[in-house]
Design a protein around this ligand. Structure first.
Ligand code: NAP
Length: 253
């Protein structure tokens, strides 16, 4: 059976990735939706009539959850033709004043779980499959006060690019998606919703429905990195050429 695995599918960009995948990948028979909030995952089914949605409630920072996912994959042996590693969170704060568990939790979810889920799914991925890893514009340059978050997203970029080369002989594409701010639960969770950060308030906010669709189209076309919109494409180029010390004066949140 051909399936898609989508992490962080209970809200925001994850739900939009589900919507885009249902439209753009009609041969996928079942969608495995991973997040902690089971009720949210189960509530999605009526919105996608005729599709098989499977709620897989897991806390991906819990090593036992990853064992459960491995057991499920081993037992059912699906063909994972699409993997979307989307679960992630950020925090806007001074690192030295922050909750230590929160900071390492970001590494656990944004890096460790993404790496583990990818590794667990790969034996089940046939030629022609696609892995979409959600990075961020925060990966382009160090971002003071989002120090750990931007570092985790830089990991996602680097991991995705190198893995893409490794998987080329297997004809599996890997795409890193780099969204700018989107009005999802991410912003209040990170503490950068309206009025909390001048930088976030000033930056153009992006539409998650459009982001998911265009990113998935780019991945299916074989692209390696997707950044939406001229503003953030220009920022990506500038981040390559400008000195990091100058960039950090601009990116400070
Ligand atoms: N929104 C933005 O401004 C923005 C910008 C750039 C990049 N991004 C990235 O986009 C991705 C999606 O974020 P979003 O904007 O859609 O925010 P969101 O609405 O807060 O979605 C985050 C998703 O991750 C899941 N999640 C959180 N902790 C988890 C855990 N321990 N185990 C399993 N699932 C977990 C959440 O579900 P549960 O709470 O039910 O577990 C939720 O489904 C993230 O990787 C984020 O870093 C967002």
């Amino acid at each position: 059976m051909k399936i898609a695995v989508i992490t962080g599918a209970s809200s925001g960009l994850g739900v939009e990735f589900l919507r885009a995948a249902v439209e753009l990948c009609p041969d996928i028979e079942s969608f495995w939706l991973i997040a902690r909030r089971k009720a949210r995952l189960e509530a999605l089914a009526p919105h996608f009539p005729g599709k098989t949605l499977r709620a897989v409630p897991l806390d991906l920072t819990d090593p036992a959850a990853l064992q459960n996912l491995q057991a499920l994959l081993d037992a059912e042996k699906p063909a994972v033709s699409l993997l979307i590693n989307n679960a992630g969170f950020g925090r806007l704060c001074d690192f030295a004043e922050s909750d230590p568990d929160d900071q390492t939790g970001m590494v656990d979810l944004n890096c460790r779980a993404l790496t583990a889920v990818t590794r667990l799914c790969l034996p089940h991925m046939p030629a022609g499959s696609l892995i979409v890893n959600v990075s961020s514009i925060a990966s382009f340059a160090p971002t003071p006060r989002m120090t750990v978050y931007c570092s985790t997203k830089a990991y996602v970029q680097s991991f995705s690019r190198a893995l893409r080369e490794e998987l080329r002989p297997r004809r599996i594409n890997v795409l890193a998606v780099c969204p700018g701010p989107m009005d999802t639960e991410f912003l209040p969770v990170a503490g950068c919703d309206a009025g909390k950060s001048r930088t976030f308030d000033m930056l153009p906010h992006q539409n998650p429905t459009r982001m998911a669709r265009l990113a998935l189209e780019a991945g299916l076309r074989g692209r390696s990195v997707y950044t939406m919109g001229a503003f953030y494409k220009l920022y990506r180029v500038l981040a390559h050429v400008l000195p990091k010390a100058l960039l950090m004066k601009i990116t400070r949140c």
